[in-house]
Design a protein around this ligand. Structure first.
Ligand SMILES: *[C@@H]1O[C@H](CO)[C@@H](O)[C@H](O)[C@H]1NC(C)=O
Ligand SMILES: *[C@@H]1O[C@H](CO)[C@@H](O)[C@H](O)[C@H]1NC(C)=O
Ligand SMILES: *[C@@H]1O[C@H](CO)[C@@H](O)[C@H](O)[C@H]1NC(C)=O
Ligand SMILES: *[C@@H]1O[C@H](CO)[C@@H](O)[C@H](O)[C@H]1NC(C)=O
Ligand SMILES: *[C@@H]1O[C@H](CO)[C@@H](O)[C@H](O)[C@H]1NC(C)=O
Ligand SMILES: *[C@@H]1O[C@H](CO)[C@@H](O)[C@H](O)[C@H]1NC(C)=O
Ligand SMILES: *[C@@H]1O[C@H](CO)[C@@H](O)[C@H](O)[C@H]1NC(C)=O
Ligand SMILES: *[C@@H]1O[C@H](CO)[C@@H](O)[C@H](O)[C@H]1NC(C)=O
Ligand SMILES: *[C@@H]1O[C@H](CO)[C@@H](O)[C@H](O)[C@H]1NC(C)=O
Length: 891
């Protein structure tokens, strides 16, 4: 209140002073004081350090004065200023015509007193952190021509007073949290040319006042989810001057109105991501001014009309995920200016026409996830000099990978995975000097990995998995490598083996899994200092993983070597990999003790899989220091001794743990690029994946098929987050811990084929989540506990070969001491599926299981789908979930 009175007095003084002759000095000092007071109120005004009384105000940074020496313009964009506007005495700046604070760090609300800037013509507060509602008093600034408040955190309704601004031409309130104004109070805004309300929380039908603002040339109502209803037929009559129309990411439905064809000046039409139906109308082909046409993410259906080939000015055509059933019309080849074409995620079939080579401006080409067949025409790569991104994954292309790709020197992303390409990888790919992403996975490729790929010094992501690629990766040393010697750091001298891979120093994500690769890993392998994710599983690699000197940086998060012929003791080379999160050595020939240093060495480890090797000795109690560990599988080895009591200290197994998708992705690989894409699409991601709220990490221990002995430690029952526990096929004795029932999240418990004795603890019946139980082949005795969950486990074989058990579901009544001796095969002995299921996800309220490998696939699909379109990701994800579900059911 005091402040208001104070300012009011100042205003009176000023008015009084202005009425007198020789007023300019007083005015000058008042504006100087006002600006200095404001500067003093800012928490960061470093950029304004030269604003002092020593210099005349008109010479200050960002300040411009009129002939009378009054401050007329304040232009302070992007200066890192922090603070608010509360302390700026607007009344002291009556001649100010322009206030530009764009791109600073201003917070707080806009004071209503801003209306004292009686001369203001241009107000730009965009790209700051302003909050609160927009003061209706801005509507009093009758000289305002430009109003830019975009990219802030304004809330509340748009004040209808703003529609009264008589001279306004630029009106940009985009990307705030504004809600529905009462449009009935809005007057038409005939002077507005640029109107943007994108990314707010507006809804309802197309706003009436917009239709009455007939001079609009640029209209952006995108990303409001949800303007709804139909796109008005009257648009061309009401807004004849439209050049840019963006209605993307709303809920407009119905057909694309035929009247739009009368918008003869339209250059840019974006109506993607709505609920539009009825196919792609042919009239679009006669809108000769169009540069950008985005129709995707609508259930349009129907074919791609060949008339679109007439759009001579067209630079960008996006019809992703629109249920198109069509071939690729040859006529599109006439689009000589087209640089971006995205037709991914439709039902397109037929060939990729050779004629497309005529689209010489092509920079970004995406037709992934369709049903296209035939060869990928090699001429594309010699005819498209600007090509940067080429994505054809998930089609049915056959033939060889064209060596002409080597001519695509600007190509940074090449995604050809999930096709039926055959033949070998052409060495010419090594000439794609800009390449950062290469995915050739899930094809039918044979032959070796050409050493020329070692030239790809920018390569960050390499996926050749799921092919039939063979040979040693050490091979093809090639003298050209030794000679080339450019672009790699001093480390390359370590790479005396000269393996091509050791030159890929930018590599972050490497997947060679599911091929037929052989031989040892090169010594220099662990020098790939940027490598975060490495999957070499399911190949025929062999040999020891060599120990290295101590001084190397290892940034690996994930190492998958499962299903090879690696041998030797637990590799000390990993000792430097402090950031390791998942390690899978399963199904190899490693032997020797499990080294105790693992416990301290991998503080972030969540997954440790050593199953089906030849590890011997005792389980080191130090493993309990892995405080993040969620999944431990050491089954099928030669481990002896007892289960360490210290396992009760495995902190992450004590509680059920949920993680957000963000965390999940970071965990799977914090690959910077992925992260960047992720952030860039954050908004869209949030919109598109509302159902996928969180993930639950699967928690479990599998020590089955070893030679462990002694009692099951009571302490294990402290691990209340455990969802599965498999201790079967050991020599465990004593009785089952009495409070086993405190493992209240347990879904699967297998203690079969041990030497357990005594009664089954009644608490077991209280585990309501238990759906798999196997206690067969022990010496348990007495009555099987009755009730609750156990009542649903009716298969008697789970109690087989315990000669002295009785009661339901066995056919032995407890008064009868005769022994059950029916032979049955243990059905779950061989199941390994649990170790593949590392996550569960919640999708649309259904609890679904899906696997670790799925999640890694997700990452891959995440990349691809962020590139092509976000929505597909859900599709991919769901289809993978289904796949894993069916696997789970048959396991
Ligand atoms: C505001 O400051 C933060 C750091 O505190 C910075 O990350 C952000 O980019 C700044 N915003 C603008 C618009 O400069
Ligand atoms: C618009 O959103 C508000 C809440 O934000 C809601 O109450 C209203 O029903 C919505 N109107 C329409 C037409 O969807
Ligand atoms: C466009 O603006 C001019 C001048 O500002 C005005 O006279 C005219 O009425 C406006 N046109 C429409 C359709 O509102
Ligand atoms: C809407 O389209 C215009 C071009 O018509 C574009 O400049 C603008 O960035 C788009 N808006 C959003 C939020 O992407
Ligand atoms: C899309 O429109 C159809 C009718 O055309 C309607 O049934 C459906 O609910 C709409 N979907 C959304 C997400 O608005
Ligand atoms: C793809 O095309 C083949 C024949 O060309 C057909 O058998 C198959 O069903 C199609 N797949 C899809 C998903 O449309
Ligand atoms: C891969 O190629 C082999 C022979 O070269 C063929 O038998 C097999 O069917 C092909 N697989 C696919 C998925 O096309
Ligand atoms: C495991 O090691 C033992 C002795 O250490 C050896 O006899 C046995 O053959 C090995 N098994 C495998 C599968 O390598
Ligand atoms: C668990 O850890 C604590 C502190 O680190 C230690 O004192 C305790 O002995 C450990 N428990 C077991 C069973 O090893």
């Amino acid at each position: 209140m005091a402040g208001v009175v104070h300012r009011f007095l100042l205003l009176l003084l000023f008015v009084a002073a202005a009425a007198m002759p020789a007023s300019t000095n007083a005015a000058a000092s008042s504006q100087t004081e006002a600006l200095l007071a404001w500067k003093a109120s800012l928490t960061d005004a470093t950029a304004l350090s030269a604003w002092t009384r020593a210099a005349p105000v008109c010479g200050w940074r960002g300040v411009a004065c009129d002939a009378a020496g009054r401050v007329a313009r304040l232009r302070l964009p992007s200066l890192g200023l922090r603070g608010g506007l509360d302390e700026l005495d607007f009344a002291a700046l009556p001649a100010l015509t322009e206030l530009d604070l764009n791109g600073n760090n201003f917070t707080g609300a806009i004071p209503a007193s801003i209306s004292r800037l009686v001369s203001l013509a241009s107000l730009d507060l965009g790209n700051n952190g302003f909050v609160g509602s927009i003061p209706s008093q801005i509507g009093d600034l009758s000289g305002l021509v430009e109003l830019r408040l975009y990219n802030n955190n304004f809330v509340g309704n748009i004040p209808h007073q703003l529609s009264w601004l008589p001279k306004i031409t630029q009106f940009d309130l985009g990307n705030n949290w504004l809600t529905n104004p009462d449009y009935r109070k809005f007057s038409p805004m005939p002077t507005v040319k640029f109107l943007s309300l994108f990314a707010n929380s507006l809804n309802g039908s197309f706003p009436e006042f917009v239709l009455k603002s007939g001079n609009i040339t640029y209209l952006d109502l995108s990303r409001n989810n949800f303007f709804s209803g139909s796109i008005p037929d009257l648009l061309p009559e009401k807004l004849p001057n439209l050049r840019h129309l963006n209605l993307s990411s709303n809920a407009f439905s119905g057909r694309i109105p035929a009247s739009l064809g009368r918008l003869t000046k339209l250059q840019d039409l974006r109506i993607d991501d709505n609920n539009l139906t009825g196919g792609i109308p042919k009239f679009l082909g006669s809108m000769g001014q169009l540069r950008v046409l985005a129709l995707g993410d609508n259930p349009l259906g129907g074919p791609i009309p060949p008339v679109l080939g007439q759009l001579q000015m067209l630079e960008e055509l996006q019809i992703v995920a629109a249920e198109l059933v069509s071939t690729l019309p040859l006529q599109l080849a006439d689009l000589k200016n087209l640089s971006v074409l995205n037709l991914a995620y439709n039902k397109l079939s037929g060939n990729l026409p050779l004629a497309f080579a005529r689209m010489q401006a092509m920079r970004d080409f995406r037709i992934s996830s369709n049903n296209l067949t035939g060869d990928i025409p090699r001429d594309l790569f010699t005819s498209w000099p600007e090509l940067e991104l080429f994505s054809v994954h998930n089609n049915m292309f056959t033939g060889k990978i064209p060596p002409e790709l080597g001519k695509a020197r600007k190509l940074y992303m090449l995604l050809m995975d999930d096709n039926r390409l055959s033949g070998s990888i052409p060495p010419a790919l090594g000439s794609m000097t800009s390449l950062m992403y290469l995915d050739l996975s899930a094809n039918n490729l044979t032959g070796g990995i050409p050493s020329a790929l070692g030239h790809l010094s920018h390569l960050q992501f390499l996926n050749l998995s799921h092919n039939s690629i063979s040979g040693p990766i050490m091979g093809n040393l090639g003298s050209n490598f030794k000679l080339q010697g450019v672009g790699s750091s001093g480390n390359s001298s370590n790479c005396s083996s000269g393996s091509a891979f050791c030159r890929l120093l930018s590599l972050e994500n490497l997947d060679l899994s599911n091929n037929k690769l052989t031989g040892k890993l090169p010594d220099c392998w662990w020098n790939l200092q940027n490598l975060l994710f490495m999957d070499l599983s399911h190949n025929d690699f062999s040999g020891e993983i060599s120990a290295l000197g101590t001084s190397y940086n290892c940034s690996l998060h994930s190492v998958y070597l499962a299903g090879n012929g690696f041998t030797g003791v637990f590799p000390s080379a990993l000792e430097g990999c402090k950031t390791l999160v998942s390690l899978d050595f399963g199904n190899n020939k490693f032997f020797g003790n499990i080294p105790p240093w693992i416990g301290k060495g991998f503080p972030s480890m969540r997954i440790l899989i050593l199953k089906s090797n030849n590890f011997t000795g005792e389980i080191p109690s130090e493993l309990s220091q892995l405080s993040q560990l969620q999944l431990l599988d050491m089954s099928n080895n030669g481990l002896t001794g007892s289960i360490p009591r210290s396992f009760s200290n495995l902190t992450s197994m004590k509680n059920k743990k949920l993680i957000s998708p963000q965390e999940l992705f970071q965990w799977l690989s914090s690959d910077e690029r992925i992260d960047t894409i992720w952030k860039g699409q954050e908004q869209i991601f949030e919109i598109k994946l509302p159902a996928l709220n969180f993930f639950q990490l699967l928690t479990g221990i599998d020590l089955s098929s070893n030679s462990l002995s002694q009692c099951i430690p009571d302490e294990l029952t402290n691990l209340q987050g455990l969802q599965f526990l498999n201790l079967s096929r050991n020599h465990l004795s004593c009785s089952i811990p009495g409070n086993i029932g405190s493992l209240k999240n347990l879904e699967s418990l297998d203690l079969s084929s041990n030497e357990l004795s005594g009664a089954i603890p009644p608490s077991l019946a209280g585990i309501s989540t238990l759906s798999i139980l196997n206690l067969s082949n022990n010496n348990l005795s007495g009555k099987i506990p009755f009730g609750n969950q156990l009542q649903t486990l009716t298969d008697p074989s789970i109690y087989n070969k315990n000669p002295r058990l009785c009661g339901f579901p066995l056919n032995i009544s407890c008064t009868n001491s005769s022994l059950a001796s029916e032979e049955r095969y243990c059905r779950t002995c061989e199941d390994q599926y649990l170790s593949y299921f590392v996550m569960s996800g919640v999708v649309s309220g259904l609890c679904l299981w899906f696997g670790m490998f799925f999640s890694i696939e997700t990452l891959r699909y995440a990349i691809i789908c962020f590139v092509d379109a976000i929505q597909c990701k859900v599709t991919q994800k769901v289809s993978y979930i289904n796949q894993f579900l069916s696997r789970g059911n048959t396991a």
